[in-house]
Ligand binder design. Structure first.
Ligand SMILES: Cc1ncc(COP(=O)(O)O)c(C=O)c1O
Length: 362
């Protein structure tokens, strides 16, 4: 690996494309001949306007968004969206549907309930420890929106396709699989994603919102908590997280110009997932924790025969240059996060390591 970098399988913040990091390093002290770092320029400058507008244009092209959609960069992470969504769209007499597929959906549900909003949990996979994505869900015809978590970072499950809600706008937390595959945007009223997995560094949350959703936003909300504040000011009502937006711009450029778009990205992600799941399934040693038809192509979660072996595995993996493999603290086990910037080569050498470890300890 270049510059003593490890193979980074962290769940987020996570690995970024090396070419993006190199470009940042290259231009860090003097951005585009300005004599200033990107962290020093004004967000009211032409320089920054060009950055944010290019990032938005690239996101629109990558997702084939038409003029109905607004692309926003907000702060407060995906967690603030858990609260802003019911606050902006759910009013007296209205109700929304939620599907509970793990920790992050549970948190989204909690934030709606804290505000005394009326919501209905129409499906949940809690009965089997969130190891699958529920099927054949009956969404309410009169719901204002239906909320799902498209990829469950902790449990390693992912919606392979998006549910039919009979015209009710879908809202999805795509924090851990945004831009990993094409999305049929006509189903969605809003999607959001904390940047720190597939899009850039921590500090910015990408929100894509359909125009008609804005009609539901009440004027009475505090300024910083309503979507219309940001749609009317191109995400610059106040100082945006300039460095994070700049990095997102570079990652989007990499997706478009180096990878060649989301169809190509999906093919690469499928290949990486296949390498790891084949390694798990062909061993009598590793066990995948998610149902096969619900497996995530972003977070591969697995167990070893004992907790002692898991500790040894994580320890030896690090000694061999593979980092970030510990499962989330709430579930234990192992997790290899293989976001967009993880290369096929990194996954191949890690799969070889897994096989060697099994031969020695199985
Ligand atoms: C699916 C999902 N949603 C939400 C969050 C919370 O994001 P943030 O830390 O940006 O609030 C995470 C964090 O890992 C996540 O994986």
């Amino acid at each position: 690996m270049k510059e003593n970098r490890i193979y980074n399988f962290n769940a987020g913040p996570a690995t970024l494309p090396l070419s993006v990091l190199e470009e940042i390093k290259e231009s860090f002290l003097n951005y585009n001949g300005s004599g200033m770092s990107i962290t020093e320029i004004s967000h009211r400058s032409v320089l920054f306007d060009t950055i944010i507008n290019d990032a938005i244009a690239r996101i629109k092209r990558l997702l084939h968004l038409d003029e109905k959609f607004h692309v926003l960069f907000l702060q407060g992470g995906a967690s603030l969206q858990f609260c802003m969504i019911p606050m902006n769209f759910l009013h007296e007499g209205n109700s929304a549907d939620y599907v509970n597929t793990g920790t992050w959906s549970t948190k989204a549900i909690k934030e709606a309930r804290i505000q005394d909003k009326q919501i209905k949990v129409v499906a949940s996979s809690e009965d089997r420890d969130f190891s699958y994505i529920p099927k054949n869900i009956r969404f309410s015809a009169d719901a204002v929106y239906a909320h799902i978590t498209s990829n469950n970072t902790i449990k390693g499950t992912q919606w392979a396709s998006f549910p039919d809600t009979n015209g009710v706008p879908l809202i999805a937390d795509m924090s851990s699989d945004m831009m990993s595959r094409p999305v049929e945007m006509d189903k969605f009223g809003l999607i959001y994603a904390g940047a720190q997995k597939n899009l850039g560094p921590a500090g910015v949350c990408l929100v894509i919102i359909r125009d008609d959703m804005l009609k539901m936003v009440p004027d009475t909300l505090p300024t910083m908590l309503k979507y219309t504040t940001f749609t009317s000011k191109n995400s610059m009502f106040n100082t945006p997280p300039c460095f994070a937006v700049y990095t997102v711009q570079l990652v989007m450029k990499w997706l478009e110009e180096t990878i060649g778009g989301l169809e190509k990205m999906e093919q690469i992600n499928r290949k990486k997932g296949q390498i790891l799941y084949d390694t798990i399934d062909s061993s009598g040693f590793y066990t995948g924790t998610a149902d096969k038809d619900s497996r995530s192509l972003m977070n591969v979660t697995f167990r070893l025969p004992s907790e002692e072996l898991e500790k040894l595995f994580i320890h030896e993996a690090l000694g061999n240059g593979f980092g970030g493999l510990k499962g989330h603290r709430s579930v234990g086990g192992c997790r290899a996060s293989i976001y967009n910037a993880t290369t096929i080569e990194a996954v191949e050498v890690f799969a070889d390591f897994m096989k060697t470890f099994e031969r020695k300890n199985g």
